[in-house]
Design a protein around this ligand. Sequence first.
Ligand SMILES: [Zn+2]
Length: 342
Amino acid sequence: MTMRAVQLDEFDGPLHHRTISVPEPGMGDVLLRVGACAVDQFDLAIRNGRWSHAVLPLIIGHEIAGEVVAAGPGVAGWSPGDRVAASLYLVCGHCRHCRNGRETICENFGGHVGVSIPGGYAEYVALPARNLVAISDDLAFPEASVIANAIGTPYHALTKQMRLRPGEFFMVTGAGGGVGIHAVQLAAMMGARVMAVDITADKLDAAQARGAEIVVNPEKEDLAAIARSWTGGRGLDGILELVGPATMPAGLAALAKGGRMVVVGSHTGTELTISPHAFYQNEFELLGSRNVSVGELAEVVDLVAAGKVDPVVSGTYPLEQVEELHERVRNRTVIGREVLVP
Ligand SMILES: [Zn+2]
């Protein structure tokens, strides 16, 4: 049996549309028909060679939802026709962190779907059964495809790392992107007061429509001053950082005593100068957060099914238009996520 797929032969090179063999599900794997595969900056980084261990030729694509077609040897619990969303981390399941529900910092991390194993820019993909979470029949695949990464990432960051509480003042930078727009929704749902930061009017409008009380463009306005003023001088209790050194100094200047800054991404630099004094004088917490566990992913699926979080999918594209979609992601014009439907 053959399938259509998009392959990368060399880093920074073109994507090739090909007809290749459908993968055989190996031990512990499940074969999925790809219902949708969301696209984000990580796809572009892989394409550009930032993950030099990626096995070429490679089928990119790590935010996948689909339907079970067949189960490989050693797989129990999944049947043809089951609808699923898939986690993108390849983890061991038995190290101290995996056993503690912190599998995203697995000691034996095996890499990512769409980097270390073929991903979702294809009609079919074989994934470890442990990465799958069931979804209901009424959740469409494009919406389901963004659950694991774009919703799961801020869910883990806000609930586990930041421990955001009702009534707290919360800020997210990069609020109009895939992770940001769902962080806005989650924080609002958790009862926090939400300040959304981004640099285009349409992204700020989208954040406001989904629960942000105040929006700020840091290229035009004084982020720290506005945050201080909005909080009555107290400062921000929780900051979700998706941008990096371009916004982190202003965030730290606006952090409340006992405030937590959680860093999930940085595309504006790799280094930052911080004051140790500010940290101990204010008991600041600077935390990292990495993706989402499969256990948390099941919780996110329930939240979406209950209508508490609305997956923001602003466009769908056939595989043939993958270059057009990459260009939109490269230009950072996408609100929420846009997805491929093979
Ligand atoms: Zn592990």
